[in-house]
Write a protein that binds this ligand. Structure first.
Ligand code: NAD
Length: 487
């Protein structure tokens, strides 16, 4: 018997108040295929109100000391940590990711983003030089820029949104944030904590809605001088065009087509489980996920056999089951797109070794209409194939053989993206040589996804413009001024 379910209805958060919207978008639970939430379909009017609230709040917030702001950020981190389980449940239901991933990665990191920038904002120093012969000293000052527009994607919803909100407000800016219309719930939940944390009204405003309406209104708003965007390269191109007439400052964190290079002296007992994780974690929906695996020919067959056996151990199913490793993909359309890549590879003569179309997927009755797909490993793919060139952003990885160091560097660099690469070898000299020559903003050797938030994060080529991290985010979210004093 069909049960009538109560829908969760979100509201925009503007000037410290929840404000209803005149129209709403359906938001789906990816693991059941049901509409379970209504997200405001905001446009120019809502963005206008949010920018005004942020502008009004700017003078007071920007004049607070870094220590005062730091204490508020720490309090917000405490509150998120206190509600970690509720946030994790919501993130898993909204995005399709496993509850284990939400509990151990997304929400702890969202809290830590506030904690990290609460600390780092206290430790910046500005520069000073002297020109003794001219009787002058020069020094720099940094000031917040104003209202920051923050736009984030659906794959790591609260994690990536807070990675922007935290540095922006730590530096003294006020913000208008727009999360993905597909994953808005945890941002809305965070808004409920802002007042208790001591964030003054108008410092953080969240406007929900689509990219075309709400996102573009924010990008085009003349009173928003900077936009920090994480999402696809295609959307970044549009944002660049739309913001160009206003000469806005842009930070663009975009897609990847990340290689793992595995030399014949790699420790496969570490490399194989880590590369399975780097390929399939969060259903392969992380910009840093590995999707091209280059294996040196001498170990290719052994690697492939062991890699496929390890991938098959990953359990796909109901995301709220803590024993499940692979949850649901974000949407029906995205699932179709990812499946089509596998079909195209097969049509080109590639071999699917496990997963989609090869193994059967048994799902619990309540998840039959969810957007699930097994971890899929493809071999015999040509470098020119769309599966080796385009970002698939799903649980699909391609494995190919290589012979020499020189050859693999060229092939790894032979895509338009340059976000994250992984190198596996026990030869330290080789690791340094290869890491240096890879066109990639991040290179992990003999590990994956080990991050020090102090250091720059970001991509080369079509993977982005700008870097984020302690110093880089500080520089992006502040304006520098050079002052000369003659004595
Ligand atoms: P997307 O580009 O479709 O959307 C990202 C955000 O931009 C959403 O909030 C969306 O509503 C908004 N948007 C869409 N069109 C817009 C427009 N015209 N103007 C303003 N805003 C607009 O990306 P997605 O599908 O949500 O996310 C997946 C992509 O994000 C992948 O390409 C992935 O690699 C990338 N990503 C990159 C990083 C990184 O740090 N480099 C991290 C995570 C995800």
């Amino acid at each position: 018997m069909a049960q009538s379910k109560v829908l969760l209805v979100l509201e925009n958060f503007i000037g410290g108040k929840f404000v209803p919207c005149s129209s709403y978008i359906d938001s789906y639970n990816p693991s059941t295929g049901d509409v379970y939430c209504k997200v405001p379909d905001s446009g120019k009017e809502e963005v206008e109100a949010a920018v005004k609230a942020a502008k009004d709040a700017f003078p007071v917030w920007s004049s607070k000391s870094p220590l005062e702001r730091s204490q508020i950020l720490n309090k917000l981190a405490d509150l998120i940590e206190h509600d970690l389980e509720a946030f994790a449940q919501a993130e898993s239901m909204d995005q399709g990711k496993t509850i284990t991933f939400a509990r151990t990665v997304d929400i702890p990191r969202a809290a830590y983003n506030f904690r990290f920038f609460a600390s780092s904002i206290l430790h910046h120093v500005t520069e000073c030089t002297e020109m003794a012969t001219m009787g002058c000293v020069h020094y720099t000052l940094r000031a917040p820029v104003g209202v920051a527009g923050l736009i984030s994607p659906w794959n790591l919803p609260l994690y990536l949104l807070t990675w922007k909100i935290a540095p922006a407000i730590a530096c003294g800016n006020t913000v208008v944030a727009k999360p993905s219309e597909m994953t808005s719930v945890t941002a809305w939940m965070m808004c409920k904590l802002l007042e208790k944390a001591g964030v003054p009204h108008g410092v953080v405003n969240v406007v929900f809605g689509t990219g075309a309406k709400a996102g573009e209104a924010l990008v085009c708003h003349p009173d928003v001088p900077l936009i920090s965007f994480t999402g696809s390269t295609l959307t970044a191109q549009r944002i660049t065009e739309k913001s160009a007439p206003h000469c806005k400052r842009l930070s663009l964190e975009l897609g990847g087509k990340n290689p793992a290079i595995i030399f014949d002296d790699a420790d496969l007992s570490q490399c194989i489980p880590t590369t399975v994780r780097s390929s399939f974690a969060n259903q392969g929906e992380i910009c840093l996920c590995t999707s091209r695996i280059f294996v040196q020919r001498g170990i290719y067959s052994d690697f492939l056999k062991r890699f496929v056996a390890e991938a098959k151990k990953w359990k796909t199913g109901n995301p709220s089951d803590p024993t499940v490793d692979v949850g649901a993909l974000i949407s029906k359309e995205h699932l179709e797109k990812v499946r089509n890549y596998v079909k195209k590879a097969q049509a080109e003569g590639a071999t699917v070794l496990c997963g989609e179309g090869v193994d059967s997927l048994a799902l619990p009755p309540g998840n039959q209409k969810g957007y699930f797909m097994l971890p899929t490993v493809i071999a015999e793919v040509k470098d020119e194939s769309c599966c080796m060139q385009e970002e698939i952003f799903g649980p699909v990885t391609c494995v190919v053989a290589f012979d020499t160091e020189e050859e693999v560097i060229k092939r790894a660099n032979g895509v338009k993206y340059g976000l994250a690469a992984t190198v596996w070898s026990s030869n330290v000299g080789r690791v340094h040589r290869v890491a240096r020559r890879l066109q990639s903003g991040l290179v992990w050797t003999n590990c994956w996804l080990v991050r020090d938030l102090n250091l720059p994060f970001g991509g080369m080529k079509a993977s982005g413009i700008g870097r984020e991290g302690a110093k880089d985010s500080y520089e992006f979210f502040t304006e520098v001024k050079t002052i000369t004093i003659k004595h």
